[in-house]
Design a protein around this ligand. Sequence first.
Ligand SMILES: Nc1ncnc2c1ncn2[C@@H]1O[C@H](COP(=O)(O)OP(=O)(O)OP(=O)(O)O)[C@@H](O)[C@H]1O
Length: 596
Amino acid sequence: MFVIENNDPNLDRQEQAMRLLWEYIKGHKGYYVVSFLSILIAEVITVQSPNVIGRFTDLLQAGKLNFGVVERYSLLLVLIAIGYTVFYGIGQFRTGMMGRQLEYLFRRHLFLHWETLSTTYFNKRSIGDLLNHAMNDVQAVRQAISQGLNQLSNAIFLLCSALFMMFHTVTFRLTLVSILPILFVPLFVVWFGPRVRTASRRAQESLSSMTDLSEESFSAIRLIKATANEGVAVHRFQERVDTVLSQQLRMARQTATFQSLIPLMGSISFVIALAYGGYLTVTHQILLGSFVAFTLYLALVINPLQQIGNVINSFQRASASLLRLNVLLGERSEIVDQSTLAEPTSIQGDIDVRLSVFQYPDSDTPVLKEIAFSVKRGETLGIVGQTGSGKSTLVNLLPRIYDPPPATVFIDGHDVRNMGLADLRNAISYVPQDGFLFSTSIGQNIGFSKGDATLDEIERAAQLASIYNEILEFSKGFDTVIGERGVALSGGQKQRTAIARAFLKDAPILILDDCLSAVDMNTEKRIISSLNEVRENRTTIIIAHRLSAVRHADLIIVLDDGVMVESGTHDELMELGGIYARMYALQQHDSEVTAN
Ligand SMILES: Nc1ncnc2c1ncn2[C@@H]1O[C@H](COP(=O)(O)OP(=O)(O)OP(=O)(O)O)[C@@H](O)[C@H]1O
């Protein structure tokens, strides 16, 4: 298959899409030659028919027609039609096929590219806009490169062949005078081209915004319904659709004016041909057959002129889309492998954090301050603190979802910034707060973290995450397909499926980011005891609001507004009598009240 990788850092970043397109065309020269040749042959064949009809007219005028002649000329026209169909069909199929391949290539390339970008990038970009690039922009390029090129070559060959035949069959003067209006066409192209391109870019941008809102509205459909806010959602959607419509109408106006001017020039040519050609025929300066053939040729010329208008529009739209794709493919992740990486060794899981301050790339406010702790392989770290105190931010620094400042976060003594991203992330099993599930079977959801996992391994992970029995209760067991984002599962079941996925990965570092919040106390206990079972070889980090989840940790740190205010074991922190002890007392009281 055609795989062009997109990882040459020396390439001009703004030219990625152009380069991709060019490489594809270069790699498929043979296909294009076959396609152009087929179309050329088809056009050379088809321009014979006016000539045949012209000669037929001359025979008719001279009273030399008989059945034999009629039969011969009919057969000739049939052969011309068959020849044209076969060769034009081959050309069409070839260019159509190449267009589809190019579409595939662009979409694959875009997806690979998105996979390399950091979370910060996706925080800033809307899903709808990205989808619009993958669908509409790629489609616009495909149309230009298959249909567009096809029509262009068809039109040029037909135009050249028809003009050649016109000069060949009638007087030079008649042909020249008749095609004069056509010479205005390039002027229209220069005038309308940039306008169509701008209109197309705006239309694509408004489409992106509409796709974006649709995506968001579908994701929030439960919230919208539960709060009876359908009216608000419909109104917001209506506004975006109105913008799309007005932008598209603007583009349609530009396109229609441009496209109708071209046949207008063709029609003026026709009028001149009839008047001047008629005069030449009546004064016997040319034969009637030549005049008939000439008018048929002129009709043949108008069609490609119209096509050229379409093609130029299609190229203008594609060039606007290519520009958008160039910008997208030129984006680079700010989190990349350093040029000098630490030797890849098998990661043990000793973690050391010496962080004086961390702030998000696009913010001026520090989120984490004065954090220092160490955990050894096999130990468990608990992180607690009020909501928004920086717990998730802290654990996100380990797999470099966000880059920590240099020399602040170490694994096995190596600064994580100097570790290979793939090695680092392979050594970490992370259950994020939302524990995302794919719309596929439960078994595949658990197996996602380990491509070659056996059913036994998946079942074992499900047992450790205390979800095994519930999965078996579904009629299709592990093959049960869950709705988009796991709608058919309860909150606790979703969390445990995500935990099972992390257990399966069997990485030296396991991070559970507040993913026990939706399970009851007994299930939490069972999962914690599973953790004890498997934690010998791994370092476990548990973020929790319910302190029972971290009570048995070897080290608990307490964050308050991004600052590590307390640290120690459960007993030490209770003895300290600070924030942790107060939280614990409060939760104990709450659970006693609930029990009573
Ligand atoms: N991508 C981001 N860019 C800028 N600020 C962010 C980003 N993500 C989180 N923050 C801010 O960082 C702070 C800490 O957020 P974080 O999610 O780490 O807290 P948390 O303790 O995990 O909260 P919770 O218990 O509610 O999950 C918050 O003030 C939040 O607004």
